[in-house]
Design a protein around this ligand. Sequence first.
Ligand code: ZN
Length: 133
Amino acid sequence: MTRKINHIGIAVNNIDEFMALYRDVLGLKYAGEEIVEDQKVKVAFFDIGESRIELLEPTSPESPIAKFIEKRGEGMHHLAVSSDNVEAELEEMKKKGVKLVDEVPRRGAHGTKIAFIHPKETKILLELTEEKH
Ligand code: ZN
């Protein structure tokens, strides 16, 4: 498997405020937005090479993204790397004693399967992303 950076997640209070900068100033192709109910977030994607920038806006004060912004301010939230099989990778990591946020995959934007590795392990919040096949 060749790993790629799938996307970089950036937590913001209001996606609309950043639209002009990412799309018009930086010239990135806007690739649409979606509400992920599970996480209580709205996400907007911008293509950058083979990767994307994912802006995350909380849709509720209960959202983990709202809590993140409260504690640390707006900014980089996670780095997502591609995975061919998130389930299998999680099993492998459990065997190796890697601390996980998600023991089983959850649903991400665009029908992806995602899981987070605990930041204690990688020093940033790392997401595994399996694209819909
Ligand atoms: Zn993500």
